[in-house]
Design a binder for this molecule. Structure first.
Ligand SMILES: *[C@@H]1O[C@H](CO)[C@@H](O)[C@H](O)[C@H]1NC(C)=O
Ligand SMILES: *[C@@H]1O[C@H](CO)[C@@H](O)[C@H](O)[C@H]1NC(C)=O
Length: 300
């Protein structure tokens, strides 16, 4: 009954409506034209673990080209961080080149540090939002299920002995393992985080900072119930002092001395910090409250 009615009622205007609709659809695609989104997974993950996030993006921003880079999956995610930075960079480059209006990067957990490596070392990039989703940006010092899988009989107080000497730095976790009781050895032995932070001499620091500052927004997401990132404030560049008290980002040297651009970004109004409670580490990328609260709006 409905279809008969509408057929008789609007035959001609139906056609013009259709043209209007087609016009506005193509206009919408051109005007809105969501930037492509690239997702980088975390430790012991693969692209499969991020289908929920892809679904959320496509639902709120239809037509977005979302690429979850499928590299260094599962056990291969233990490969050294610089090797992963190189590998992911090669995969990301053709997407950046094709994207005239730039892209957004969402990087989960260890992937957040991979992305930091990419953003720091890639000149003239067109990455707009860099969304760091529960990533140990400040370092990691915690006894978690993840680490037990990687390093059996792991004891956090002793891991520095392995991590800060050959061949420890050949394992990704050691590249951001930061033992607050052995900072000297961390600075001497760590070849990744300590370099990104200029805690040990980085001759390219000024160049890396310039690259890093090309991003339009740095979005840091984390929360107290994460259970893996330790301390959880590391997701916002906070970290333990030698008494294992947490020093917040704004009191960290990397911020105060604006080592790689955090303070500049903040001054520009381009540093976004989001805290969510009640989210376990493996739930971040599937949580709609998190997505709508702190991811969605940075993907336009
Ligand atoms: C999505 O982006 C990738 C990488 O740039 C490209 O190869 C692919 O053709 C794009 N897909 C669509 C539907 O535009
Ligand atoms: C999703 O995030 C909200 C907001 O922080 C939290 O209350 C809720 O427990 C989370 N749900 C899951 C399944 O992680």
């Amino acid at each position: 009954m409905m279809s008969v009615f509408s057929f008789r009622d609007t035959r001609r205007s139906g056609a013009s409506q259709l043209i209007c609709m087609l016009l506005s659809v193509s206009l919408a695609v051109e005007i809105v034209g969501y930037k492509p989104v690239i997702i980088v997974h975390g430790l012991f993950d693969s692209s499969k673990e991020l289908v929920d996030l892809t679904r959320l993006i496509k639902k709120s921003h239809p037509g977005t080209n979302v690429t979850v880079i499928d590299l260094f999956d599962y056990e291969a995610s233990l490969k050294p961080m610089w090797e992963q930075v190189q590998g992911f960079k090669q995969a990301v480059l053709p997407i950046l080149h094709k994207a005239v209006d730039g892209v957004h990067l969402i990087c989960f957990s260890q992937g957040g540090l991979v992305c930091r490596g990419i953003v720091s070392t890639l000149p003239d990039h067109n990455i707009h939002s860099f969304i760091s989703l529960s990533a140990p940006q400040g370092g990691q010092y915690g006894d978690t299920e993840y680490l037990k899988r990687a390093i059996p009989k792991f004891i956090k107080a002793h891991l520095y002995k392995f991590c800060y000497h050959y061949p420890g730095q050949k394992v990704a976790i050691c590249n951001y393992w930061k033992d607050p009781h052995h900072i000297d050895q961390y600075v001497k032995g760590n070849t990744f985080l300590a370099v990104l932070n200029s805690e040990r001499l980085n001759p390219s620091a000024a160049f890396w900072k310039k690259n890093f500052l090309r991003i339009k927004k740095l979005v840091l997401i984390g929360g107290p119930d994460d259970g893996v990132i330790t301390p959880w404030q590391s997701s916002h560049f906070g970290f333990y002092d030698e008494n294992e008290d947490v020093v917040e980002m704004k009191d960290q040297d990397v911020y105060v001395k604006d080592v790689f651009g955090l303070k500049t970004l903040d001054g520009r109004g381009d540093l976004v910090v989001c805290v969510f409670s009640g989210v376990k580490h493996t739930s971040w990328h599937a949580n709609e409250t998190v997505y709508h609260g702190c991811i969605d709006k940075w993907l336009t």
